[in-house]
Design a protein around this ligand. Structure first.
Ligand code: HEC
Length: 298
């Protein structure tokens, strides 16, 4: 096998191994980064939702509860779930957040809009089974898009909640008239009744990560091709062509052409080899002369 072929094969194998290992590592890193990004977006959305819940509960509800009790139509603005849901509807009008979804998903909700679907009901079940679990997150396909979700258990922690969520007889009339008495009741203190869940779109983030992956691999590939071309050029110019010339001259000398000269070379390893050959040629010349003189003298 020729030296160039050998070197190219070795470099190519090293590169393929290198690109495979770094490709796997890069893909892992980018995927992790993308997951961190969507997870931090979901966390921020959840945190803001909870702040808004608290605000509605502490600052708005006290003003509205008297109206809830005196009117026929329930005033949903008094309810944190309502204010968060409506705020998210406004947020979703902004293009950058059009796919952000917040839901207080309950298997037995007051407002049927909060009804947990199968997936969310499963999450509520998991929170029931593992009371120590404080959150669950992962990926879910919704409307043919990939979403990252973060979910927290929703526990009834105050007795005051049960007025509207335990027994229809105790609930305000306006609530019964607006939402009916078939659902949203029978909740118990300290029981998990729903899951707070935030969905953030993940498709775009992962696509960007994938594009970065291809871009970096592409750049590595181009650098590699440039290196291979450079190695080939250098090998040819600095080693192979000079060795070929030395071999050619050595061949002429070997068939008795003493005028063939190993030309002056750079003072590197091949230069030293050429000089050694030159000295050998002179020694050979002297030896042949002595032989010739001896045979002439006889
Ligand atoms: C004055 C009555 C009332 C009180 C008090 C009340 N809620 Fe509600 N709650 C409602 C109504 C009505 C809805 C549905 C609002 C909507 O989204 O239209 C609701 C919705 C919810 C939801 C969303 C799921 C669903 O049932 O639609 C959760 C969770 C919830 N409430 C928990 C609580 C907790 C926890 C408390 C106590 C801190 C509480 N509620 C106090 C009336 C009440």
């Amino acid at each position: 096998m020729k030296i160039v072929t050998k070197v190219n094969l070795i470099v190519m194998t090293a590169f393929l191994c290198g690109i495979f290992v770094s490709g796997v590592a890069l893909s892992n890193v980018l995927e992790q980064k993308a997951e961190q990004e969507v997870s931090s977006q979901a966390l921020i959305a959840m945190q803001i939702a909870n702040s808004l819940r608290q605000y509605t509960n502490d600052r708005v509800q006290p003003f509205l509860l008297p109206i809830v009790d005196s009117q026929e139509k329930f005033v949903p603005e008094a309810i944190p779930t309502f204010s968060v849901r409506e705020t998210f509807e406004i947020l979703r009008k902004n293009q950058n957040f059009s796919n952000f979804i917040y839901k207080d998903a309950a298997p037995n909700p007051t407002n049927m809009r909060d009804m947990a679907d199968e997936f969310e009901a499963d999450i509520v079940k998991k929170f029931h089974q593992q009371p120590d679990l404080t959150s669950l997150s992962g990926f879910r396909n919704l409307f043919e898009d990939k979403f990252f979700y973060t979910a927290r258990p929703f526990r009834v922690q105050e007795q005051s909640c049960l007025r509207c969520h335990s027994n229809p007889e105790e609930a305000p009339t306006s609530q019964l008239l607006t939402y009916g008495k078939e659902h949203g009741f029978g909740w118990k203190l300290n029981k998990i009744v729903a899951t707070q869940i935030v969905y953030v779109p993940a498709e775009e983030v992962f696509k960007t990560a994938q594009n970065s992956f291809y871009l970096i691999l592409g750049i590595l590939g181009i650098i590699f091709i440039a290196i291979v071309i450079l190695i080939n050029l250098l090998l040819r110019k600095m080693v192979l062509q000079r060795i070929k010339r030395i071999a050619h001259v050595a061949e002429r000398v070997s068939i008795g052409d003493m005028n063939a000269n190993f030309d002056k070379q750079d003072k590197d390893e091949i230069g030293v080899l050429a000089e050694a050959f030159n000295r050998m040629k002179y020694s050979l010349k002297i030896a042949i002369n002595i032989l010739n003189n001896n045979s002439n003298a006889r």
